[in-house]
Design a protein around this ligand. Sequence first.
Ligand code: GDP
Ligand code: IMO
Ligand code: MG
Length: 424
Amino acid sequence: MPATIVIGAQWGDEGKGKITDHLSETADVVVRYQGGNNAGHTIVVGDETFALTLIPSGVLYPTVTPVIGNGCVVDPAVLIAEMDALRARGIDPDRVRLSGNAHLIMPYHRKLDAVMERYLGRQQIGTTKRGIGPAYMDKFSRHGIRAQDLFDPKIFVEKLETALKDKNKVLTKVYNQLPLDPGPIADEYLGYAERLRQHVTDTSLLIWEAVNRGDNVLFEGAQGTLLDIDHGTYPFVTSSNPTAGGACTGAGIGPKSIDRVIGVTKAYISRVGSGPFPTELDDEIGDNMIEIGGEYGTVTGRRRRCGWLDAVALRYSVRVNGLTEIALTKLDVLSHFETLRVAVAYDSDDGRHTDFPRQQRVLYHCRPVFEDLPGWSEDISEVRTFEELPAAARGYIEYVEELAGVPVRTVSVGASRRATLERG
Ligand code: GDP
Ligand code: IMO
Ligand code: MG
């Protein structure tokens, strides 16, 4: 390590949870730096499956300090429920640390997320309706309520009442909803304070001290590069910065501390929610990918849209994140396809694009230019070294490396912890 960022190179659900868990064996601190419980990170250990939404995937190792950084938005009821669920399964959540600067998701954020989507009609983003966007809106308009405010009831109630004055006008006059009463919200949230007190700390300082001790620190991204508010397929994005720079602002560390940036990419690609998707497969092949890959959302259960690997998007992800390497996941899912395709460019009315188009319009109307590669029929889910993979699978990995311009250091051939190949 010592300081490594793990990020999604696509539209999320690349297997970040699995790769973070794999690296956590030798980590001391694992940090979530953006997003909230819109994320769903699945980890399979033996017969057990863990689906984490807020707590970093490193929590499964007792030696790891899991940190929720200042850049996250936190629904306290969800955090407490997730900690309780871990405890019930024999995992100690007392180690979890939460930044006092992280913003709280409030009931009106969830409500607004739902009604704003409904009012968008056909133009809806397809959010997870967890209140993520409205919570970040309040953060940036400086009307947010932070974790540290829970410990000052007077300030908390003042901030809540001020926020609700405005929110209730919007809810009733714009969205035709009933107003919310601050009393029960204050009771509920202040009730969480005692539970959370022992977890809240200066996490930027904690991380700084860990880095200076030479500890291994891992930053676990949520969502993915193409869902980034600045660099993604706006407006069909999330409201934070999953890209590598987000790890610095969302954790409170400087860029000089980072040595390694791992981009997690599926061997194909998927997307949940609306928005352009050049290599989307709207046919039997796509249906097979969804079924074989188990492509149903961890958080909302929605069917994920699937398509061939998009090297234009992958190269873009290498660039905007400064990826030093790739972790290629779900290679086993491709075992069932005779011919594999990879998009190497997009054709559009204004010519051929080998770089990710700056104009959103192009993404909607472009036609991907594919290179075809031979598939393999062997089941590779029990393979544990690169050398044992069928020649066609090795060829596919090498082709991905060539297109991306960075090495594929990790290959995943199954959901379980063991199904992970490391290359020298
Ligand atoms: P994340 O949000 O990036 O952590 O990814 P998700 O957990 O939402 O989705 C990835 C899904 O694929 C999960 O169900 C994982 O258990 C599963 N998975 C991860 N890696 C592999 C792999 O190499 N092969 C297979 N078949 N499944 C995998
Ligand atoms: P992980 O971390 C895939 C998508 C939603 C929607 C858009 C905005 O598991 O990879 P939001 O609720 O964030 O305002 O929704 O972003 N989205 C994800 N898609 N994986 C995720 O997280 C996602 N988190 C949000 O489907 O299109
Ligand atoms: Mg997910």
